[in-house]
Design a protein around this ligand. Structure first.
Ligand code: NDP
Length: 284
């Protein structure tokens, strides 16, 4: 039988993209499962996304990840959206189904899986999310869809924060509330799970943390961070000092990558290999 010299292609489009480690993790998983796939990390400037998506079709790529600044704009080039992606209004993963492009958002699902991996369910819980950007929207919507009793949004920009609360009110069954972000503010005492879904603490500003009153975090709470670079954030360290269970952003990153792997290949991902590869990448 003739040998096949063509690899299946997936990848990521973003700008900036140079520091994105997803390709290392996905390629390790492809090798582990003996899949002839390549993950291309591609810089796509704002304004070039339409041409890049046409490229996905022309190259018959199996799919693509989208990151800053393309997660919202990509919606106009897709044929179909998952229910969650349509509520969140952003897509981080595209699957090419025989020329038809399907948009999914696996950020929030990856976050939920990282909670589940630690034995924590959002069902019936009160979840406080700091932030209202792309990651916060995905986390808040998926927690609400997964049965959280209440989702509280704390954000600096009030318009953005209230917009997310309105979205949760109109598209999910969870109770919801907006609280403006004020320096030194208390965390609502009813909180079961507190999530830092802002970019505060992200490399190179690893010494920064959301300026909240950390003494209002209790040992009954779980604290989760979406920031994964560096995963040992000051936010988690402060919450940990108050006895809260701490969950870092690597789990969310690995799990959304694992979900994407399966969506593209139809094969169960070797999650252990993906975790190990990322840890090696971050010298953990
Ligand atoms: P966005 O730019 O969409 O949102 C940033 C959010 O952070 C906004 O709510 C913004 O508030 C808030 N924020 C930023 N700086 C400050 C500050 N100094 N004080 C108060 N609030 C602040 O970014 P994303 O949501 O796309 O990304 C957020 C983080 O999530 C990044 O670190 C990213 O790496 C991480 N992420 C992690 C993933 C994972 O798999 N672990 C997946 C996706 C993202 P405001 O609205 O007031 O500006």
């Amino acid at each position: 039988m003739a040998k096949c010299y063509r690899s299946e292609l997936v990848g990521a489009f973003g700008c900036p993209i140079d520091e994105n480690p997803t390709g290392v993790m996905e390629e390790a998983a492809f090798r582990e499962m003996s899949l002839d796939y390549r993950y291309l990390t591609v810089k796509v400037n704002p304004g070039d996304l339409k041409a890049a998506i046409e490229g996905v079709k022309a190259f018959q790529m199996k799919g693509i990840n989208l990151t800053i600044p393309h997660k919202v704009e990509v919606l106009r080039y897709l044929d179909e959206l998952s229910p969650a992606a349509s509520i969140i209004g952003a897509v981080n993963t595209v699957i090419n189904r025989e020329g038809k492009l399907y948009g999914e958002n696996t950020d929030g699902k990856g976050f939920l899986q990282s909670l589940e991996d630690e034995g924590i369910s959002p069902l019936g819980k009160r979840i406080t999310v700091i932030g209202a950007g792309g990651a916060a929207r995905a986390v808040a919507v998926e927690c609400a869809l997964a049965g959280a009793e209440k989702v509280i949004i704390i954000n600096r920009d009030e318009v953005r924060g209230k917009e997310l609360v309105d979205l949760l009110k109109s598209r999910t069954k969870a109770q919801t509330q907006f609280i403006p972000f004020i320096k030194g503010m208390d965390i609502p005492a009813e909180t079961d799970i507190l999530v830092n879904a802002t970019s505060i603490g992200l490399y190179p500003d690893c010494d920064k943390k959301p300026e909240i009153n950390y003494d209002t975090i209790t040992s009954k709470m779980t604290a989760a961070d979406v920031v994964f670079n560096d995963p040992n954030t000051r936010f988690l360290a402060e919450a940990g000092k108050r006895g809260a269970k701490a969950i870092n952003g690597l789990g969310m990153l690995v799990n959304q990558g694992a979900l994407n792997f399966e969506l593209w290949t139809g094969v169960k991902p070797p999650v252990d290999v993906m975790v190990r590869t990322l840890k090696e990448e971050f010298d953990l």
